[in-house]
Design a protein around this ligand. Sequence first.
Ligand SMILES: NC(=O)c1ccc[n+]([C@@H]2O[C@H](COP(=O)([O-])OP(=O)(O)OC[C@H]3O[C@@H](n4cnc5c(N)ncnc54)[C@H](OP(=O)(O)O)[C@@H]3O)[C@@H](O)[C@H]2O)c1
Length: 324
Amino acid sequence: MTARSNADTLITVYGGSGFLGRHVVRALAKRDYRIRVAVRRPELANFLQPLGRVGQIHAVQANLRNAPSVEAAARDAEAVINLVGILAEGGKQRFDSVHTYGAEQVALAAKAHGARMVHVSALGADENSPAYYARSKAAAEKRVLAAQPQAVIMRPSILFGPEDDFFNRFATLARISPVLPLIGGGETKFQPAFVGDVAAAIADAVDGKLRAGTTYELGGPDVRSFKQLMQFVLATIERKRLLLPLPFFAANINAMFLQFAPSPLTLTPDQVEMLKVDNVVSEAANTEGRTLQAFGIEGEPIEAIVPSYLWRFRRAGQFRSRAA
Ligand SMILES: NC(=O)c1ccc[n+]([C@@H]2O[C@H](COP(=O)([O-])OP(=O)(O)OC[C@H]3O[C@@H](n4cnc5c(N)ncnc54)[C@H](OP(=O)(O)O)[C@@H]3O)[C@@H](O)[C@H]2O)c1
């Protein structure tokens, strides 16, 4: 008996050109799926083509704020994946329009075309959170499940990998600033997950290996405080910087101005609110087996991956700065 091939199975990936998106596209391509990447500017998604065979991956135009474009992108798909998210609002890109309304449109499109759905939310999604980001993510989950009760929801902690926005941002900051701020004293806990592990989990969900209608919480093998993560960045890039505790109220005042600053300095008041709550997998998810580890992905630790792309922030690059 020959194994069934995925070559005729079409998967639509909304947000497939993003940081997590390119890893999900690669994971699906390896499993032989046909992939339609739905993005606002498909002409900028051509870099995805080499991740698959000729003709295996193609990009179409879709904006989550525009329901007909979302619906068109789901046609003939066996499953749809929603990876669209923003960290800060700007112009027409609002948390409620992109996260909540957008996710609902993907779920409705999936329902209309009889497709399964995997929706990527975030740890900390909470309808009672003071952070708008977290409330909009919680509202999105609710609307997705109302339209698609069988949807699989993934809530990752911060993601790391070569193009990440976390370690790269603080390494860039350490290169230009003598001080790294420890917002709220740097005590907030994180459970960083390797982007490749989360992509594999999403591909497993597409394969039908995860429980339908279930919310998974995805964290790596280690829990670290923000301060420990900053110490890790500094040790990795071999730089000494002052780690300056900044109480939440002071961070809030700074964020009033820094929300308009360019990266890596950007900090919004909403992000300060997010830092008040630990970003780790819950006890309930651990005991109910709704984690990466529960379905066999142990998860890469930061030490195994991050130095492979932060070396460029060292003074001597990949070469040893000091003689042994
Ligand atoms: N990165 C993390 O540490 C992390 C942690 C927890 C949860 N998450 C969640 O994981 C998901 C993926 O995150 P990421 O880091 O890969 O984000 P990302 O790199 O910013 O990618 C976001 C993707 O969404 C697309 N997009 C943005 N607005 C859109 C719109 N209105 N319509 C259609 N597409 C739109 C972007 O493409 P264009 O802008 O080119 O259209 C891009 O492809 C998000 O839901 C995020 O909230 C991420």
